[in-house]
Design a protein around this ligand. Structure first.
Ligand SMILES: Cc1ncc(C[n+]2csc(CCOP(=O)(O)OP(=O)(O)O)c2C)c(N)n1
Ligand SMILES: [Mg+2]
Length: 570
């Protein structure tokens, strides 16, 4: 006989889950007890939201299923933001929750709420398991849905009434096949569509490749393709680090120009969301599109391509590289050389600018000044996590790293601290730097306690401008300057860290940064509370992202969109 909670723990063990992120509660205690019994590490946090963010980062960075276990009722509702964030970012995670016992259903039980109804719209799978013998079959399906079999990857949510967790079933009712991990699914593209795509590619003069989540794990074929074919290349935050920053085809500093001038756009495992101007003709003009991927959003969402390549990006790239071998192309080599040169020039100028940025009128240092010092200290394999408004914008542009995580397309402030902790626990021997705005840091600041208890060697760098500054700037520039509710007081984040047992230091002067950073990395976990100016206007603030234009995410794109629509109507 086996208890359901034991089967859940065994399932996780067989699926190579070596840790779960969780916060205790009576409704899930049978699972906790069995996790302990099987030696699965419990990273016990201070808020369930942080547990889900950690599972998210663990999944992103290791490629393994991230698992959070949360108790019934408020434990589950606290987890909602984390689940929603993983849903929008399409990250495979499994969230297991408790439910009050069945005999008390609909009677006003403690911690009772319609959990599955709450998460239905933000999960790929959401079910309550009331029959003990269904446990493994359902967990198996939940994991497959999370991993995106036949659909988009994302969160799976499964919950169990506590009496079900305590139910025992006969060994004969357990089918061990459900313990077996699923094979990685590779979908080969159809030969005919590959031929059509190759045709367009060879005829194009200024081709641009843009990668997305679906390209993860396809670094080698992507390299091979970029080496073989003379296109420009852009990543997106979800595929950052796939191609190293110094790859000759990679032109991130002239993103807008590359998007505007390309005559053929080839997207790989990427939806055309707000970051890619929804694929609008106002921005991409009449460029032709080839879109490769495995989901409708990647293949045709927002803009139907000339060729939709249904298949895994790795397989698509391999097939195309073979087909294109030795083919004559119409490439405009001058264009490529030109935008490569412009990209290098712009990147170099940024490095110089970051180093020399003067302080603001308040005398405090510019965020770029801080970041240029951080940049000098980061090793090539560092994990960089960015969180905030203005500061996220500066950090995204000013830092590179093979692994990079931030608030993502959900704009989910507060991820920095938990993402950093999960990263440091996954990679104890790599540098992990969390670059956070002061406002954003506050959301999950209490997890510094989790950080210390679990020995996560994170360096937290808080850019303390005493404001929700990107919003404050919005009030300054777009609302006539009335500042309401966007300023914070000068909190002592170093003192806060110290009170939780994490080394904390206040830094006011740029010259003090090198030594402070050196010490922080040597003696992590540590937090640097760095005073930065409010007078800095970030690229995201300048581009209008914070202003929320009507038709596009950025003001310039929005204006192009309006102009195109007006043109269409006259
Ligand atoms: C959970 C959440 N709440 C509010 C927002 C809106 N928002 C976006 S950026 C920002 C300001 C962030 O302030 P801070 O972290 O201090 O960074 P700064 O802009 O000051 O560098 C706010 C409030 C959001 N994206 N997410
Ligand atoms: Mg701030």
């Amino acid at each position: 006989m086996k208890q359901v909670s034991t089967l859940i723990a065994r399932f996780l063990k067989e699926r190579k889950v070596d840790r779960v992120f969780s916060l205790c509660g009576g409704h899930i205690m049978p699972i906790w007890d069995d996790l302990g019994g099987l030696g699965i590490r419990i990273i016990d946090v201070r808020d369930e939201r942080a547990a889900v963010h950690m599972a998210h980062a663990h999944s992103e960075l290791t490629g393994r299923l991230g698992v959070a276990v949360v108790t019934a009722g408020p434990g589950m509702t606290n987890a909602v933001t984390g689940i929603a964030n993983a849903f929008i970012a399409r990250v495979p995670i499994l969230v297991i929750a408790g439910v009050p016992p069945q005999a008390q259903q609909n009677m006003g039980a403690l911690q009772s709420i319609a959990q599955v109804d709450i998460v239905r719209s933000i999960t790929r799978y959401a079910r309550t398991i009331c029959r003990a013998e269904h446990t493994l079959r359902e967990l198996d399906e939940a994991a497959a849905c999370a991993q995106g079999h036949g659909g988009e990857p994302g969160p799976a949510f499964i919950d169990f009434p506590t009496d079900v967790l305590r139910t025992r079933i006969f060994d004969s009712r357990i089918d061990p096949i459900h313990f077996r991990p699923h094979e990685r699914v590779i979908i080969s593209p159809a030969v005919e569509t590959i031929r059509c795509a190759a045709n367009l590619l060879t005829r194009s003069r200024r081709p641009l490749v843009i990668s997305g989540r679906g390209t993860r794990g396809a670094a080698a074929p992507l390299h091979k393709f970029l080496d073989a074919f003379g296109c420009a290349y852009l990543d997106t935050p979800e595929s950052r680090g796939l191609i190293p920053a110094d790859h000759p085809r990679f032109v991130p500093a002239v993103r807008g120009r590359a998007m505007r001038e390309a005559d053929l756009v080839f997207t790989l495992g990427r939806s055309l969301d707000f970051q890619l101007a929804y694929g609008s003709r106002a921005v991409f003009g009449e460029a032709q599109f080839i879109r490769a991927g495995t989901t409708p959003s990647e293949l045709s969402g927002n803009r139907r391509p000339e060729v939709a390549l249904f298949g895994s990006p790795a397989a698509v790239l391999d097939a195309l590289a073979d087909t294109l071998q030795g083919a004559t192309t119409g490439l405009d080599h001058r264009w490529l050389a030109d935008i490569q040169a412009a990209d290098r020039k712009s990147r170099q100028a940024l490095v110089t600018k970051m180093r020399q940025m003067p302080p603001g009128d308040d005398g405090a240092m510019h965020p770029y000044r801080l970041l240029s010092r951080v940049r000098e200290k980061l090793k090539r394999d560092a994990v960089v996590v960015a969180d905030g408004g203005d500061f996220l914008s500066f950090a995204r542009i000013g830092l590179s790293g093979t692994s990079y995580l931030d608030c993502g397309p959900f704009g989910c402030l507060g991820v920095g601290v938990p993402f950093g902790i999960a990263a440091a626990l996954a990679f104890p021997n790599r540098q992990v730097a969390v670059l956070s705005g002061d406002g954003s840091f506050g959301f999950n600041a209490i997890e510094l306690d989790t950080c210390r208890r679990h020995g996560a060697r994170v360096v937290f760098i808080v850019a303390n401008n005493g404001a929700w500054n990107i919003e404050r700037n919005d009030q300054k520039f777009s609302y006539g300057g009335r500042i309401v509710g966007t300023e914070l007081e000068d909190c002592d984040y170093a003192g806060l860290a110290q009170s939780l047992g994490v080394r904390g230091q206040r830094v006011e002067q740029p010259d003090d940064l090198p030594a402070a950073l050196e010490q922080a990395f040597n003696r992590a976990p540590a937090l640097l509370d760095v005073r930065v100016t409010r007078d800095a206007v970030s690229p995201d603030s300048q581009s209008g992202l914070a202003t929320v234009p009507d038709s596009q995410a950025l003001t310039a794109w929005d204006e192009l969109e309006q102009a195109m629509r007006e043109g269409d109507e006259t």
